[in-house]
Structure formats: structure tokens, C-alpha cells
Design a protein around this ligand. Structure first.
Ligand code: HEC
Ligand code: HEC
Length: 173
């Protein structure tokens, strides 16, 4: 499954680049990432703005916004799990997916995504020794982030088009 998704991501990226190279309007964009977010698989979006909720803004950078606005709970770790790499912001992800965080000393914390696909740990719930790695599990399959990271705001990298080297969203295996 993992390989299939990875391939799909690469294929979408390539065909996109091809289209663009044939299109004189956007010929400068040779980035190997999709130009637009893909389908929202759940077909359900968060539409309540900044109304406080554990289901709010799936796919957006939770910690960045709470910190910038000085509102909302202080999270150590927060993110959203999806079916596919290129799902759009505010699109509900997958519920009931296990996410494990392992810190630099091997201590681990596990949680499960809520109905929006969001997961989080408050600062009062954990205090990892950075950097951390992460594993996502579904039905006995797992997919891990092997590169240790020093921020727990998962969606700053796991955007629909992937930032800082990430392929895109955090996807369930
Ligand atoms: C664009 C800004 C923004 C983003 C992105 C955002 N939040 Fe919030 N969040 C807020 C604000 C503002 C509040 C406080 C609202 C209030 O007090 O009325 C809040 C409050 C909350 C609360 C408190 C609810 C309660 O019952 O006490 C939770 C939980 C929460 N956010 C979770 C998240 C999660 C999880 C994410 C990411 C998937 C996220 N937020 C992303 C702005 C944001
Ligand atoms: C600073 C950027 C960054 C942050 C923050 C980040 N990641 Fe990643 N993530 C990456 C990169 C780069 C990869 C690809 C390399 C790898 O697998 O180690 C990746 C890969 C993954 C993978 C494997 C994906 C795949 O398809 O192979 C999972 C699962 C994952 N991350 C989960 C998380 C979780 C959970 C968080 C938040 C606790 C998180 N990541 C935070 C950059 C980040």
C-alpha cells in the first residue's frame, strides 16, 4: 500500500510537470509536486473558521496558529492523518488511526485520530526529549518516519504538496 501511494504521488507529480511544460503560462514551475491539492477523500470539510474544537482545521498547522494567535490549547504534538498524500487543507482525514511518537530516549506515547483525522498531545500530557520519530498504524500495518524531527507541528511539513522534504500528508498504511 505504501509503495502504491508513493508511486501514485510520483506519477501525479510527473504528469503535472509534463502538462505544465507544455503550457506556456506556467512554464517556470518545474517543481516536482502537484500544482493543486487532490481530492478530499472523506468529502467532508471543516467550515467553522476558528471556532474551538478538537476537529478544527484538519491538515493545517495547529501549533503554529495557536501560538501565533495566543489562543487555543498548548500542544506538544499535533497533526492529521489522511488516505492520500495530496488531500486539501480543512479536509477531514481518517478516524481511528493509531499514531505513536518515540522520543530520543526511546520513550513512546500513543494516541488515536479523532473523527476529523486529527491527533494531538497537550504540553501537559507529554514532554519528549527531542528529536522525535513517528509511526502510524492501521490494521496491523505501519508506516514510520525514520528521519527524527525537532518540531511536533506535523502539518508544517506534511502539507498537501509536502514541505521540508515530506512527500505530502501523513498517510495511513
Ligand atoms: C488558523 C488558526 C487555527 C488552526 C490552524 C487551528 N486552531 Fe485550534 N484553535 C484556534 C483558536 C483561535 C482557538 C480558541 C478559540 C476560542 O477560544 O474561541 C482554538 C482552540 C482549539 C481547541 C480548544 C477546544 C476546547 O474544547 O477547549 C482545540 C482542542 C483545538 N483548537 C485543536 C486544534 C487542532 C487539533 C488543530 C489542527 C488540526 C487546530 N486546532 C488548528 C485556532 C486554530
Ligand atoms: C520538519 C518536517 C517534518 C515534521 C515536523 C514532521 N515530519 Fe514526518 N516526515 C518528514 C519527512 C522529510 C519525511 C520523509 C522521510 C522519512 O520518512 O523520514 C517524513 C515522513 C513521515 C512519515 C512516513 C511517510 C511515508 O509516506 O513514508 C510519517 C508516518 C510521518 N512523517 C509522520 C509524522 C508525524 C506524526 C509528525 C508529527 C509528530 C511528523 N511526521 C512531523 C518531515 C517532517
Amino acid at each position: 500500500m505504501r509503495a502504491a501511494w508513493l508511486m501514485a504521488g510520483i506519477l501525479v507529480g510527473c504528469s503535472d510537470v509534463d502538462t505544465k511544460q507544455g503550457d506556456t503560462d506556467v512554464i517556470t514551475d518545474t517543481d516536482n509536486t502537484p500544482a493543486e491539492p487532490g481530492e478530499c477523500i472523506s468529502d467532508a470539510f471543516w467550515t467553522f473558521g476558528n471556532q474551538e474544537s478538537p476537529l478544527m482545521h484538519p491538515g493545517d498547522a495547529c501549533i503554529e496558529c495557536h501560538t501565533a494567535l495566543g489562543e487555543g490549547p498548548a500542544f506538544r504534538i499535533a497533526g492529521t492523518v489522511y488516505s492520500e498524500y495530496d488531500e486539501p487543507d480543512d479536509c477531514n482525514g481518517l478516524a481511528g488511526i493509531e499514531v505513536e511518537i518515540v522520543d530520543d530516549e526511546g520513550t513512546s506515547w500513543t494516541t488515536t485520530t479523532n473523527s476529523a483525522g486529527n491527533f494531538f498531545f497537550r504540553t501537559s500530557q507529554m514532554n519528549p526529549v527531542w528529536p522525535i520519530t513517528a509511526t502510524v498504524r492501521r490494521n496491523g500495518n505501519e508506516i514510520s518516519m525514520l528521519t527524527p524531527q525537532s518540531t511536533g507541528d506535523c502539518s508544517t511539513c506534511h502539507t498537501w504538496n509536502g514541505d521540508n522534504g515530506a512527500a505530502g500528508r501523513i498517510v495511513a498504511p
